[in-house]
Design a binder for this molecule. Structure first.
Ligand code: SF4
Length: 329
C-alpha cells in the first residue's frame, strides 16, 4: 500500500480564552496520497485553517497525530523538524502580508533555497528565474518589491516561493479569496497546472466549494470542528448527502445556466454556533431543516454505511433515505 504524504489522525486543537476552551478542531482524521489534492471546505470558524496550521506545526495540536510521508511529526522538536520543512510549504490567503516588503521578489523566492542550504549565488538566481517563469512572471519581476506588484502577481510570487524546493505537500489556505474575482480563475488554473506538472500533494483550504470542483480529487466538508462528509469530488457534487453539504452546494455559483435553473438555493437559518459551546448531539442540528429528535442528543459518527468511499456524519443518511433539503425531484 502506498504511504500517504499526509495523515492526520484524531486531531484535536482547543484554545483557551479567558478560562474557556475554544474547540476549534475536535477529532479530525484525513489522509492525502502522493499527487492527490484534498479540498478542505467549510465556513469561517469551522476549524479548517487550524488543521492547516497544525499540519505545519505552526500551531501545536492538543491531541491526535500528524504523519508526513509516514513519519510522526507531532512531537518532533523544532530542530528535528527543520529538514522536514523542505517537504511542506504553505501558500497564504493574503499574499501581501506574507511577503517581506523590504525584500526584492528575487530574494523572497530564493529564501527557501538559502535557508535549507540548497543553492546560493548564481545557481540560486538561475532557479529563481526558472521558477518565476513557471508561475508566469517575467525576468523584470526579479528586482521588484511586493508593493510594486498586483494582488495576482503577489500570489504568483507566493506560489514560486512555496514551490521552489519542489515540496511533497503544499498547504494552500484560501489562496485566491483575497484576489479580485477577475484574477481568481487565472491563479486557480495556474495552481492546477503546477500541481499536475510537479506532482505535489495539496491540502487546499477554502470556504467556497465551487473553487475546488475542478482542482480537488477529494473533498472533506467541515462544520464546527468536525468533518461531516468526505469523498471523491465528482460524487460529492453529483449527490451531496449531508444536509450541510447540500446547503453549501446550493449556494455555490453555477456557471451552467441549465444547472443553475434546476438548483434551489437553501438559506440556512442563523449563524454557526460558537466553538466555545458547541451544541450537543449533531453540531449542525440548530440549523438543520430536517433534524429529528435523536439529532439533539446523539452525535452521529462519520461512517461510510452507504458507500465506503464517502463517509457521512448524519443519523438520517445512515438510517434511512438520504435527506434532500434542496427539494429536487
Ligand atoms: Fe441534520 Fe440530524 Fe443529519 Fe445532523 S444528524 S445533519 S441534524 S438530520
Amino acid at each position: 500500500m502506498t504511504t500517504p504524504v499526509l495523515e492526520v489522525d484524531g486531531l484535536v486543537k482547543h484554545y483557551h480564552v479567558r478560562g474557556q476552551a475554544v474547540r476549534a478542531v475536535d477529532g479530525v482524521s484525513l489522509s492525502i496520497g502522493p499527487g492527490e489534492v484534498l479540498g478542505l471546505v467549510g465556513e469561517s470558524g469551522s476549524g479548517k485553517s487550524t488543521i492547516g496550521r497544525c499540519v505545519l506545526r505552526l500551531t501545536e495540536p492538543t491531541a491526535g497525530a500528524v504523519h508526513l510521508t509516514g513519519r510522526d511529526i507531532t512531537h518532533l522538536s523544532r530542530r528535528a523538524l527543520r529538514p522536514l520543512r523542505r517537504d511542506v510549504h504553505m501558500v497564504f490567503q493574503d499574499p501581501y502580508s506574507s511577503l517581506n516588503p523590504r525584500f526584492t521578489v528575487g530574494r523572497i523566492v530564493a529564501e527557501p533555497l538559502r535557508r535549507h542550504g540548497v543553492a546560493r549565488g548564481g545557481p540560486a538566481e538561475e532557479r529563481v528565474r526558472e521558477m518565476l517563469e513557471r508561475v508566469g512572471l517575467g525576468p523584470e519581476t526579479h528586482r521588484r518589491r511586493p508593493h510594486e506588484l498586483s494582488g495576482g502577481q503577489r500570489q504568483r510570487v507566493g506560489l514560486a516561493r512555496a514551490l521552489i524546493l519542489e515540496p511533497k505537500l503544499v498547504v494552500a489556505d484560501e489562496p485566491v479569496s483575497a484576489l479580485d474575482v477577475s484574477v481568481q480563475a487565472s491563479v486557480l488554473n495556474l495552481i492546477a497546472d503546477l500541481q499536475r506538472d510537479m506532482g505535489f500533494s495539496c491540502l487546499f483550504i477554502t470556504h467556497d466549494l465551487s473553487v475546488v470542483e475542478f482542482l480537488a480529487d477529494r473533498i472533506a466538508v467541515m462544520y464546527l470542528g468536525r468533518i461531516v462528509e468526505t469523498g471523491p469530488t465528482k460524487k460529492i457534487f453529483a449527490e451531496p448527502q449531508h444536509p450541510y453539504t447540500q446547503a453549501l452546494l446550493s449556494a455555490a455559483p453555477e456557471p451552467d445556466p441549465a444547472r443553475q435553473r434546476e438548483r434551489r438555493r437553501v438559506v440556512l437559518r442563523g449563524d454557526m454556533p460558537s466553538p466555545l459551546d458547541p451544541p450537543p448531539g449533531c453540531r449542525f442540528h440548530t440549523r438543520c431543516p430536517v433534524a429529528v429528535d435523536i439529532c439533539r442528543t446523539d452525535e452521529p459518527p462519520l461512517t461510510g454505511v452507504r458507500d465506503d468511499e464517502r463517509p457521512v456524519a448524519c443519523h438520517l443518511v445512515t438510517s434511512s433515505e438520504v435527506p434532500d433539503i434542496t427539494g429536487r425531484d
